[in-house]
Every structure is written in structure tokens, then in C-alpha cells.
Design a protein around this ligand. Sequence first.
Ligand code: HEM
Length: 298
Amino acid sequence: MSVTNYLTLPRAPWNDRRGTLSPLKAVVLVLLTAPALWYGTAFVLRALGAEPVEALQDQAGRWALRFLFLSLAVTPLRLLWRWNELIKVRRLIGLAALFYALGHFALFLAIQDWVWLKIASEIATRIYLTIGAAALTGLLVLGLTSTDEAVRRLGPARWQSLHRLAYGIALLATVHFFLQTRLDPTEAMVMCGLLGWLLAVRAWRWRGATLDARSALVLAVIMTLATAFGEALFFHLRFGVDLQTLLATNFGVVAGIRPAWWVGGILLPVALVAYARRRPASALGRRRRQSVSIGSLR
Ligand code: HEM
């Protein structure tokens, strides 16, 4: 009997279940490691400004959140774009989010000089850090239970309800991002709009409604408008600026590309691709409908 009968070696991340190279997984893996390589190189070349460790920590946090959102977008995109193969990369993207979040946390520890008492008191007393720690703990739980073995042990139904926590974790991580934003809340606002779409799509499917190009488009328009109004409300409440002026700014481009434009620019193409990939009414379906209407005339 060969050794491999006793040992189950972990599968290479670029291989599929049969152990053969999956081009989709390989490409996604390269894209997932690209930010780490880019910022790692910039760090070594001292191109990250006056506070390189802090800059690296920020980027690790941002990419953790982006990949977490992307992992949540896999199922809607798979349904909308009729691209079943996408499911193969969901776990990979989720694990990338966890690794970037762990990197973000490790750099935080380094910034705090690994003084554990200080670290514990910072996390316990600053609400945005407490929320970040809760999100990281949740991500860890999902990461540790992302193996085939864990699915078998928990059973598919329990595993699925556990992994729905990813939505709550994304919410916590977005609040963490938002609360620590000081000068420019643009990206945090964009993430709020995108999270709104992900949650709305999920709620839509929970109601039992089918997710199609039209519903994706309607939700994209709603989230774009909600982002513009949300940003206006934020600046109105924070700095007392006139709401109408703020709205005019958010829907215009004079003050640069506002968050609502980003949200629309990301979500509208998603819906448009879904329209383009809609299955044309099949000849069989057409014939059936014709025979029904002819039958009803008889
Ligand atoms: C124990 C866990 C965590 C700690 C201690 C922590 C710590 C921090 C700190 C100190 C900052 C502010 C950096 C600054 O002042 O510029 C920050 C920002 C941020 N964190 Fe975390 N974080 C944690 C978990 C997470 C998780 C799980 C995510 C995402 C999944 C995340 C995403 C972010 C993002 C997007 C930012 C904003 C970065 C920027 O301004 O460019 N964090 N975090």
C-alpha cells in the first residue's frame, strides 16, 4: 500500500479536486497575491512614505476587506453571469481575505512594539479596534472551518449557516474601517454602498426571489443613490454643510469622482453583463408557448 493511502496531502491551491491544474484558480491566485507582492516590494524599496509600516498595515486592511467582499460576491456573480466555475475560487478568495487580515493585525502588533498589555488595553478601550478584533475572530473561525473535513464534520446545513456569518463579519469590518477614517471617507463610503448591494442581494434571495439581471440593476441603482444620499447626510451631520449643495456635489464630477460614482461604476457593469449573458428564450420554450396560445384559441 502506498504512503498516500495514509496521508492526505493538501491540494495545491491552483489545482482542482482531481488534482489537475485549474487555469481559473491559477489566475485568481496570481491576482490575490499581487497586492502583497506590490506593497512588499514598495516596502523593501522604501517607497511607502514616512511611515512605511503604518502604510503597509493600512493596505493590508484595505485588501482584506476588498477580498472579503469579493468572496461574498462570488455567488451573486455566478448566478447573474451564468458562470458556475466561479464557485471554485470562493474558498481561495475567502482565505486570501483572512491572510491579509492576519497580516494587518501582525503589523498592528509590530507598531505597538509587541507590548501585550498595551495591545490588549488598546483593543479593549477603542471601539473601532474592538470591532476589528471581533471581525478578525470571525474570519479565523471561517478560515479554520473552510476545509472539506470541516464540511463533513459539521454537515452541509450547519456549515452553511456558520459561513453565513461572513455577512456579519463584512459589516463589522466595514464599520471598523469607517470609524477610523479621519480625513477622506471616500473608500469607506464606497465599501458601505457595495456592502449594501451584497446584503440586499442576499435578502432578495432569502425571500425566495430569483436573482436576475433586472433585480441586480434595480438594486445597483438604489445603492448608487443611497451612497450619494448617505455621503451627503454624513457631511451634513458632521460639518453642517447644506444638504442640497452636498447632493449636487455628489451627483456631479466637479469635486472629483464621488463614492456614488464608484458604486455605480462597479455595480452597473455587473448588471449589464448579466443582461448580456441572459439566456435567450429557447426555441423549445417559444414553440411550447405558441402551441399553448394556439390551443387556447381552439
Ligand atoms: C484585531 C484586529 C484588528 C486590529 C487591531 C486592527 C487595527 C487597525 C488600525 C490600528 C487601523 C488604523 C490605521 C490608521 O490609523 O491608519 C486599522 C484600519 C483598517 N482596518 Fe483594521 N484592525 C483589525 C482587524 C481588521 C479586519 C478584520 C479588517 C478587514 C477585514 C480590517 C480592515 C481595516 C481597514 C480597511 C482599515 C483602514 C485602512 C486605511 O485607512 O487605509 N481591520 N485597523
